[in-house]
Design a protein around this ligand. Structure first.
Ligand code: MG
Length: 371
């Protein structure tokens, strides 16, 4: 039973190219499946989230992170009686526009574009992937996803101003996205905050004492686990503590969002859209804790000297390859050379690089920049 304010599949604004309904899959289920069967989705497997394969082959990559976000999002959406098929499609597509080498790669690609008066934004890039780059169907370019999934790709993590992005006019930029899309940015953060604590600990870059000093609920959970399992190894006590942090974030997001929906008197999807602010959020106390965890990860993990080398690699590889193709566009593959006939060359190079996996871009770097 969907809530009154959930997106109803039968009320979808539909696809750009109308298609007959499927015999037994709903439109949002089909969108989810189209994302899973796309090339860009498969490439997430070889893109860095935070740690490259150099550290361990059981740390998160963009694909396993995406699957975790999908799991968390479905759990929360079900509790709020939202459309879990739409939420699943949005979660699975949320990182599809990310370039190789994690956050450092995104920064380096944006910096290279800015030298030519452009910029790189992974949400806008994701929209280009699903609208244009994926070629799977004879009838149209792209995946022909429903309006609600395309809108969610654009609006899940930030608001774009209509004056700055007239090309996004169709996505109702003056309105809030449905709760299904509002959730994704927050579940993304629950996913990576807890996963990065976990992988950071396993990489021996974060210690229990250090986390305990900054994250009170972790400390509380750890002490509690020590009392209950006095002879358990530290890693399992760590897991118990992290589980408590995780559960607190998820439960608070469910509870607080439910309360805010009630308090705002929201009765329909239209009410969600017309609400002056986003309704999915943590309570003020847990929002503070979330910020604390994030600040802790920035100070102790993301900018730690141990990861510095990989950041430098990302900047060097992306910067030099970009410059190489600007100088020698004939070294681009045929399809990209063709595209540069009707699109600015920096944009064409950016699209090419953004789609690459970590190993593929490293090969290209060897080939063109290491004579
Ligand atoms: Mg993500």
């Amino acid at each position: 039973m969907l809530a009154d304010y959930a997106v109803r599949t039968e009320n979808s604004r539909g696809r750009r190219f109308p298609e007959p309904p499927h015999r037994y899959r709903s439109d949002f289920q089909r969108d989810r499946d189209r994302v899973i069967h796309s090339r860009a989705f498969r490439r997430l497997e070889a893109k860095t989230q935070v740690f490259s394969r150099r550290y361990s082959d059981h740390f998160r990559n963009r694909l396993t992170h995406t699957i975790e976000v999908s799991q968390i999002s479905r759990t929360i959406a079900a509790q709020l009686r939202l459309n879990t098929d739409l939420v699943e499609a949005l979660a699975l597509v949320h990182d599809i526009g990310h370039p190789p080498f994690g956050h450092a790669g995104e920064k380096a690609l944006d910096a290279a574009m800015r030298e030519h008066g452009f910029s790189f934004d992974h949400n806008l890039h994701a929209l280009r992937i699903v609208e244009d780059f994926e070629l799977r169907y004879a009838a149209f370019r792209g995946l022909n996803l429903t309006f609600e999934v395309r809108e969610g790709i654009i609006k899940h993590s930030r608001d774009y101003h209509p004056d700055e992005h007239p090309e996004l006019g169709e996505y109702l930029l003056d309105q809030r996205p449905p709760l299904e899309a509002q959730l994704i940015d927050l579940t993304d953060e629950i996913g990576y905050d807890t996963a990065d604590l976990d992988d950071g600990y396993e990489a021996h870059l974060l210690a229990v004492d250090q986390i305990s000093n900054f994250v009170p609920h972790f400390e509380h959970g750890f002490r509690d686990a020590q009392r209950r399992y006095p002879s358990a190894p530290e890693k399992l006590l760590f897991n118990e503590a992290l589980k408590q942090v995780f559960d607190r974030l998820v439960s608070d997001l469910i509870e607080n969002t439910r309360q805010r929906v009630d308090a705002a008197g929201v009765r329909s999807l239209e009410d969600v859209r017309r609400c002056p602010e986003r309704l999915a959020s943590f309570s003020p106390a847990v929002e503070e804790e979330r910020k604390q965890i994030k600040a802790f990860l920035f100070d102790n993990l993301y900018f730690s000297p141990a990861l510095e080398g990989e950041k430098d690699d990302a900047e060097r590889i992306i910067g030099e390859l970009f410059a190489h193709w600007m100088e020698e566009p004939d070294d681009l593959p045929h399809s990209y050379r063709e595209k540069s006939g009707h699109e600015p060359l920096p944009r064409v190079i950016c699209d090419y690089i953004a789609g690459m996996t970590d190993p593929f871009i490293s090969q290209q770097y060897e080939k063109y920049c290491c004579p």
